[in-house]
Write a protein of this length. Sequence first.
Length: 253
Amino acid sequence: MTRAGGWATRAALPAAVLVVAGGLLAGCGASPKHVGPKGVDELTVPTPSPDPADFTGHAENVWFPLEPGSHWTYREYLPTGYRTLAVAVLPGTRTVDGIATTAVRWQVHHRRADRTAMVRWYAVDTAGNVWWFGQRVAARSPRLDPLAPHSWRAGVAGAEPGLLLTATPRLGDGYLNASQPGVVESRSTVESLGATVATPSRTYRHTVATRGLSTLAPLHIVLTYYARGLGMVAQQDTKSVSTSLSLRRFTAR
């Protein structure tokens, strides 16, 4: 089966992600309520002028590992079938808005080859918080993130980096992930610190679950689950309960 743009998918399969605990799927059919970010102590989110001194050292985030050479393989389930995604942390750094960032490449398996769909840039501050500094989305590639489908880069055309995940997530914390008017306006809220999520390959317990929204895509609510030491293990777009993402394999450096 082939989707628009020539990207192939396999025959439809059962839904990939089932939340066993946490109650995060309640009210999926309703319009998302407004979420006003509560902020995080002593952080300005988004930040208009990131300070390089805040991003020195070798701090890590156990919920979002960024060790170069790490690889994840995901299966994305769609209403029309599924596709395989290969994700890798690339070596080296790229300076974005004055900060040395780490690139994470997302590829879609297509015709026995992996084609790059997008590259995202992240940086971890000295406290272990993960900041999102931008992304490059390939033309005519599948839309992998309904909340942020366009290219943007912090420091360009008014774009500002936002917070993706704190070092120590707290229930109820909310923050902007990125900000560029009309391009990316996504935000997330920590909904659970102990969610259990079952996927076709494994059941993950004690995950951090976030709920993502965007004023530019008001019909989408994206639930994301992070496991300690693995990063993102599952994701679901509640606009369609048959659209979900699950981790199939993780290889550390």
